[in-house]
Design a protein around this ligand. Structure first.
Ligand SMILES: NC(=O)c1ccc[n+]([C@@H]2O[C@H](COP(=O)([O-])OP(=O)(O)OC[C@H]3O[C@@H](n4cnc5c(N)ncnc54)[C@H](OP(=O)(O)O)[C@@H]3O)[C@@H](O)[C@H]2O)c1
Length: 332
């Protein structure tokens, strides 16, 4: 098999594509021929040693793949052979083949393309966890949010675009903030009511959100952070909730006086750690989300595709904000 290997933590160009022996098939596991590997912003942080978890080297990045089951361990039912499945791996996804636990494989609705299936998981489960588990939104009652405004930062990126899609499905009126026309178009296509150009400046986005929502938004979904998050906190109305999602623009220093004023709330969202501690609840959440995708109530973006051998380029483009939506790697 071939894989993208991180032999030492450092710059993205140190990633190497290497031929390696096929790993052993453990009991309870299957071997997948990878059809597409999902690329996440976090992968780039891990490779560069800039994430809170520093994996031991060497390692193969890549948390989620779609693959065809080509071999099953003796204790796994052979009827699974040939199936197109989604596997949430942790590591090892940037490869032509992967080993995955059979009991954690997820079947994919026919209506979902391989690209969508390989790239939605982290972004959508983060969003679902944030709204349903952390905020307590009821997916069966979107009418409860009919008067509520949601401002999504980084709304043309993976996590932000998923939040737009989920927010619309949960009944919010969504304002999407993004830097390019392509990114804003993707958000509007998913049902955002307004799209604001972030290149106008942090204050302009805050003021636009306040004006468009008639005084302030109810929820702020922030995967960007930095000064942008600090400024946009002020766009929240009375009792509004700031969802802390990510820090691509730096860790924001939220002014406590602005949280006190208007009785605002700040809610932390750490889906990854929660999912590790609660694998069964996470699997149930994944089934719920896939069910809604199958029904057409959620619409993950069709990702941009790069060859596996250009994984470093894909990660660099993501980090430089050149990607609208999501990215996958295809074996070449
Ligand atoms: N809390 C959780 O459980 C959880 C789970 C998964 C991911 N995350 C985090 O969510 C964040 C976003 O991930 P993602 O997959 O959405 O990334 P992404 O696809 O690269 O999107 C991030 C967006 O942020 C914007 N941005 C603003 N300033 C930026 C900067 N300095 N560098 C890069 N992007 C910048 C860009 O939009 P514009 O060009 O439009 O400004 C970009 O499209 C990451 O920090 C990730 O670690 C958190």
């Amino acid at each position: 098999m071939r894989a993208v290997v991180c032999k030492e933590l450092g710059t993205l160009d140190r990633l190497e594509v290497v031929e390696m022996g096929d790993p052993d098939l453990l009991p309870g596991h299957v071997r997948l021929r990878v059809l597409a590997s999902g690329v996440n912003y976090v992968d780039g942080l891990l490779v560069q040693g800039r994430y809170q978890i520093k994996p031991p080297v060497p390692f193969v990045p890549g948390m989620e793949v779609v693959g065809e089951v080509i071999e099953a361990a003796a204790d796994v039912e052979s009827k699974i052979l040939g199936a197109r499945v989604l596997a949430n791996l942790g590591f090892g996804g940037y490869a032509t083949h992967a080993i995955a636990r059979a009991d954690r494989l997820v079947s994919i609705p026919d209506s979902m393309t391989t690209g969508q299936a390989a790239s939605f998981l982290q972004s959508y489960l983060t969003g679902w966890f944030a709204f349903v588990q952390r905020l307590g939104d009821n997916p069966a009652n979107p009418a409860a949010n009919a008067d509520k405004w949601l401002l999504v930062l980084g709304a043309g990126g993976g996590v932000g675009l998923a939040a737009v899609d989920i927010g619309v499905a949960l009944g919010y009126r969504v304002i999407a903030a993004a830097s390019s026309a392509d990114k804003r178009r993707l958000a509007l296509d998913r049902g955002a009511v307004h799209a604001v150009d972030v290149s106008l400046g942090d204050d302009a986005v805050k003021e636009a959100a306040k004006e468009l929502s008639g005084g302030g938004v109810d929820v702020l979904y922030d995967p960007v952070g930095g000064t942008f998050g600090e400024v946009c906190l002020r766009a929240l109305r009375e009792d509004g909730n700031y969802l802390v999602i990510g820090f691509v623009g730096g860790i924001p220093k939220l002014p406590a006086n602005q949280i006190l004023l208007r009785n605002r709330r700040v809610t932390g969202v750490d889906w990854g750690a929660w999912a590790m501690r609660n694998p069964d609840a996470n699997a149930a959440m994944l089934r719920d989300v896939i069910g809604l995708i199958g029904e057409g109530r959620l619409s993950p973006v069709e990702p941009a595709a790069y060859p596996l051998s250009r994984a470093a380029e894909a990660l660099a483009d993501l980090e430089a904000r050149r990607v609208a939506g999501k990215v996958i790697l295809l074996p070449d």
